[in-house]
Write a protein of this length. Structure first.
Length: 487
């Protein structure tokens, strides 16, 4: 089967009164990859009238839904539920006469079965949504023959070629592995292989203290594992706000995790029913399992990208601009294969922007300064806008204020002692330019800060907004009041 057309545009009037272009069904769009960048792009393209084909091998939603974000956050939610049971004794809760919930335990087989069922259901929902709006789904692997032609190796074993007016590459990334620590899916694991486990690891060694390593180390600690976190840097979460990372590392240690800073893993091997991780300085760590969380690599190889003239970085990521264009006209890219920011929300926005730009709709370039991000440890860390490091290194002239969560009345009621609210305001204008929230469900609390950054609200506008009493969000308003300046 082959499709080729020339795009035609005609005017339309939307309910809002805006006159914009609409493409007829002869405009063809081929999307390589069905993750957040791919399926969100497909929805936009279909809405704008294009004939859309999504090429996907593993299932709609991609790794974000099937093996990464959705499964890991579901596992983390289960772990946090267990943790809340264990600390309930401090709130006066009794369990059949027992003073604590330490006897509560996770049935990891049942937990993982639920996780995989939930991920599969989410994938089906996405597929049904795409089919409802007329998107064609091809099961297979796509490769660029030219900027306007795609060859698809279908799972059936046959090959199909499609011509396209627009191509979007959204093939994601895969876990990085070490030659000296090759995963076996049983004892030496990547984060995508965790959900085959039926028993909680007795002693889990986590190699890597970035976001993925910290989140999963925290999760398995809550599920009952003895956890050793191997960090090559001075502290965990080295790329995050230093105050926030210090809080999390202190919580990890207090809860019994062994955190090994300035310790770089050289390799890992199976020994009997366990594993041995060797550090570069010769030390050895024994455990029942090891989780490798040492980053990811883009899935951009053997796709015809270089042959088509598409520029890649030294790391293999696709170079894109702020509207997701590659170096080749008509070819766009979105998501983790671009290396812009490894967040599902950013991938989805890149995909939407790409299709809006390609098909002539209104579009605003991607602005990473207004992207909020969250680390799902306990407590969570949420950030948006400029950081403390930006201020310290002079990239922006701004003031900061930090309020400990322990002074918040709602936090006291919940026995939440770890965390803080930090706001940054531009000197002179008092515009909110960033913030950090470390708290239970910080991912929900960051939203008002993100709104302030997005819409350039001042600290006085935040301070003069009435908040619920008692509430954790009250500390956001209080931080804004402390940043008030009469200058």
């Amino acid at each position: 089967m082959s499709r080729r057309s020339t795009a035609h545009a005609s005017a339309r009037v939307t309910p809002s009164g805006w006159i914009g272009p609409v493409r007829d069904r002869n405009t063809s769009v081929v999307v390589l990859g069905g993750g957040p960048g791919g399926y969100e792009a497909a929805l936009v393209a279909a809405h704008l009238g294009a004939a859309v084909t999504v090429v996907d091998r593993d299932g709609l939603g991609g790794a974000a839904v099937l093996t990464d974000c959705v499964p890991s956050k579901t596992l983390i939610s289960t772990s946090h539920s267990l943790s809340r049971i264990e600390v309930a004794g401090g709130l006066g809760v009794r369990f059949d006469g027992v003073k604590s919930g330490h006897d509560a335990a996770a049935d990891l087989g049942a937990v993982n079965e639920r996780i995989l069922d939930l991920a599969a259901a989410q994938s089906r929902d996405i597929e049904e949504r795409l089919e409802t709006v007329g998107v064609r789904i091809c099961r297979g692997i796509g490769r660029l023959v030219s900027p306007s032609r795609v060859s698809i190796e279908l799972v059936s074993g046959t090959t199909e070629e499609l011509d396209a007016d627009v191509v979007l590459v959204a093939t994601g990334a895969t876990p990085r592995v070490m030659d000296s620590a090759l995963p076996d899916g049983e004892r030496i694991l990547t984060w995508q292989q965790l959900y085959a486990l039926t028993d909680v690891p007795k002693r889990l060694i986590v190699v890597g203290s970035g976001v993925t390593g910290a989140e999963l180390a925290d999760a398995y600690l809550g599920l009952g594992s003895e956890v050793v976190l191997v960090s090559s840097r001075d502290r965990v979460l080295p790329g995050e706000d230093a105050d926030a990372a210090t809080v999390i590392e202190n919580v990890f240690r207090r809860r019994g995790m062994q955190v090994m800073n300035r310790s770089r893993a050289a390799g890992a091997k199976r020994v009997g029913d366990g594993v041995v991780v060797t550090l570069e300085d010769g030390r050895e760590i024994t455990g029942s399992h090891v989780l490798l969380a040492v980053g990811s690599i883009p899935q951009t190889g053997d796709m015809g990208l270089v042959e088509t003239g598409i520029a890649l970085t030294d790391s293999g990521h696709i170079r894109v601009d702020r509207v997701s264009r590659t170096s080749v006209r008509g070819v766009y890219a979105a998501g983790d294969c671009t290396g812009v920011l490894p967040l599902a929300s950013v991938a989805a926005m890149q995909g939407r922007i790409a299709m809006s730009h390609a098909l002539g709709d209104m579009v605003a370039p991607l602005n990473l300064r207004v992207v909020s991000a969250n680390i799902f440890t306990d407590p969570e860390i949420s950030t948006v806008g400029y950081s403390q490091n930006d201020i310290d290194e002079g990239r922006i002239d701004a003031r900061a204020v930090m309020l400990p969560l322990s002074t918040n009345p709602r936090a006291k009621m919940q026995n939440a002692q770890d965390g803080f609210i930090k706001l940054f305001a531009a000197t002179g204008s008092n515009t909110v330019v960033g913030g950090v929230v470390v708290a239970p469900q910080a991912s929900e609390l960051i939203f008002p800060v993100a709104l302030a950054v997005q819409h350039r609200l001042t600290v006085d506008q935040i301070a003069n907004t009435i908040t619920i009493y008692p509430s954790l969000s009250g500390s956001i308003a209080e931080a804004a009041r402390r940043l008030h300046s009469s200058d």
